[in-house]
Design a protein around this ligand. Structure first.
Ligand code: G3H
Length: 255
């Protein structure tokens, strides 16, 4: 803690918190782009925070992504999280199984000895498919769960990178660029003013559910994400606790 004080990290946390108007910012030392262990530290902080916030029997919605997935090793059994229900916030994403919300919740639940709920659907649905799906009992149940979510844990991505990862078509990528999308979180794309410019038509957690959640933990770091993080927090979900690294915080504060 003394090191954090002396290196000015505590002051940066305060500055960022005020800049974004959110509940809290936690900065881990180092640069996730340069040092692989920094992502683990982000995961560790997020896992500890989640454990502190949980009260027992919490409904916890979790997105995919490598940053959120890095919490896994720091979650342990026989804590208040053993009574939680980990809910996949979205269907799937791209081809990378390891970091999909479905995989992440099952791993988190296993670590904690908790329950989990998955949702296996394509991220892109045609309007017809979407309309037909949303009346299915299993989907209705999932939407009801999203409405009762206590805690949301999510990543923030740079828009173009996320579009690539989702195997978006060339047309969609062009569209995102035209609309000035720079950030992505739980299926929403935001421009640099934090306005929603695109939203995937899919069954998954919606911004209104995130807004209603008691606590929100966002994990994001990397120089390629500095612009995305700034944009996303322009219209911030106020109860968010952002966990990032020193290099990213420096980049944002110098802007
Ligand atoms: O929504 C954004 C993604 O979850 C970010 O994924 O943590 O692997 O960069 P990442």
């Amino acid at each position: 803690e003394l090191h954090r004080e002396l290196s000015g990290i505590v002051a940066m946390e305060q500055q960022l918190k005020e800049m974004f108007g959110i509940a809290r910012v936690i900065i881990v030392t180092g640069d996730a782009d340069q040092d692989m262990t920094v992502k683990q530290q982000l995961g560790k902080e997020a896992a500890q925070m989640l454990q502190q916030l949980a009260k027992g029997k919490d409904q916890i919605a979790v997105t995919g992504g490598s940053s959120v997935a890095s919490m896994k090793e720091y979650l342990t059994a026989n804590t208040v999280l053993s009574d939680a229900n980990f809910i996949a916030a979205r269907g799937g994403m791209g081809d990378e199984m390891t970091f999909q919300a479905n995989t992440v919740v099952s791993k988190f639940a296993k670590r904690c000895g908790a329950k989990y709920r998955t949702l296996f659907l394509p991220e892109h649905l045609s309007e017809q498919a979407y309309e037909a799906m949303k009346d299915e009992p299993i989907i209705k149940e999932m939407i009801e769960l999203y409405e009762q979510v206590d805690i949301v844990v999510h990543g923030i991505g740079a828009a173009q990178e996320m579009a690539l990862r989702r195997n978006s078509t060339y047309e969609e990528q062009q569209l995102l660029e035209q609309k000035g999308a720079v950030a992505e979180a739980f299926g929403y794309y935001f421009n640099k003013n934090g306005d929603i410019v695109h939203h995937l038509r899919t069954i998954g957690i919606q911004l209104e559910h995130v807004n209603k959640a008691q606590h929100v933990i966002a994990i994001a770091a990397g120089s390629n994400k500095a612009v995305a993080i700034q944009a996303y927090f322009k219209n911030a979900v106020k109860q968010t606790i952002l966990i990032t690294d020193e290099q990213t915080a420096n980049t944002i504060l110098e802007r």
